[in-house]
Write a protein that binds this ligand. Structure first.
Ligand code: 1HE
Length: 263
């Protein structure tokens, strides 16, 4: 039987759409609040590994009332220790494909952004939160631990003490609080987040490729390294970036008074 696009969309846990040079990646299990089962995390990995050359930025968002309810708990069956490690490493692989992939990724968050949903959001590079967004790490309450990279990525956004608080006490963070403490970088009214995410994605897509590459692949390694190694990496990537033909062209335009000013 040949499936039409509507049927395929209903069956796919993640759906993609191209808008000019932006890839829209939509979690598509609204009836399960976009809970992330194995099929979903593997689909995310495949999408980000296979991003076409002409795509310059991606937006990840969720269908329905919530961004994502996190790990699909119905699949959290008896696993022995080694199966548990492999499962967590599968998430790490997939979310590394998002964070260290080919293009910068904007996450648009609304409703629940909890557990594995927050892990996915924190693997993206910039987050826009609609007013309805809220954040939690219910792993603490479910008697488990984060396994999709939250222990590494969430403290980098909000600090370790706040993550400990979320897991010790089950604290739910509102969209406004989340924006203040660094989960999101932008806020939008409910229903307006995709416009904001597209506006940001277009700006990001217009950057020099080497600048975006350095921000995605070099800056995180600089922040993880010792100061001495970090400063050396900075010098190397600065020299590489400024020697690219695109950088030279942009600097020439500025010096000729033809480039857009900051304000
Ligand atoms: C689910 C899941 C899920 C909903 N796995 N099926 N995550 C959590 O502990 C969060 C659990 N979910 C919730 O607290 C709530 O569902 C929400 C606040 C997100 C949304 O509430 P609501 O009222 O809109 O929806 P609902 O009625 O609770 O759920 C609708 C359906 O989605 C229902 O299934 P149905 O067959 O009865 O209709 C729910 O069972 C289903 N559903 N969330 C499976 N998470 C890599 S390690 C990461 C570890 C974690 O992420 S732990 C955190 C798990």
């Amino acid at each position: 039987m040949k499936l039409n696009n509507d049927t395929k969309d209903r069956l796919s846990p993640v759906v993609t759409e191209v808008k000019e040079d932006i890839l829209l990646v939509r979690l598509n299990r609204p009836e399960k609040r976009n809970a992330i089962n194995d099929a979903t995390i593997l689909a995310i990995e495949k999408i980000f590994i296979e991003i076409p050359e002409d795509i310059k930025c991606a937006i990840v968002y969720g269908e329905g009332k919530h961004f994502s309810a996190g790990l699909d708990l119905s699949e959290l069956k008896e696993r022995d220790v080694i199966e548990g490690v492999h499962h967590s490493r599968m998430w790490h692989r997939a979310l590394d494909a998002v964070q260290f992939g080919k293009v910068p990724v904007v996450a648009l968050l609304h409703g629940a952004c909890v557990g594995g949903g927050l892990e996915l959001a924190s693997a993206c590079h910039i987050r826009v939160a609609e007013t309805s967004a809220f954040y939690a790490l219910p792993e603490g309450q479910r008697g488990i631990f984060v396994g999709g990279g939250a222990s590494v990525r969430v403290p980098k956004l909000i600090g370790m003490a706040r993550m400990q608080d979320m897991m010790f006490t089950g604290r739910v963070i509102t969209a406004e609080e989340g924006n203040t403490i660094g989960i999101s970088q932008y806020m939008a009214e409910d229903g307006k987040g995709l416009d904001k995410a597209l506006e940001l994605a277009k700006k990001i897509a217009s950057n020099a490729g080497m600048t975006n590459y350095a921000l995605m692949h070099v800056l995180p390694r600089i922040t993880d390294a010792s100061q001495d190694q970090a400063l050396m990496m900075e010098s190397l990537i600065a020299a590489i970036a400024q020697s690219s033909p695109e950088a030279k062209q942009r600097l020439k335009l500025f010096l000729e008074g033809k480039a857009k000013k900051i304000v």
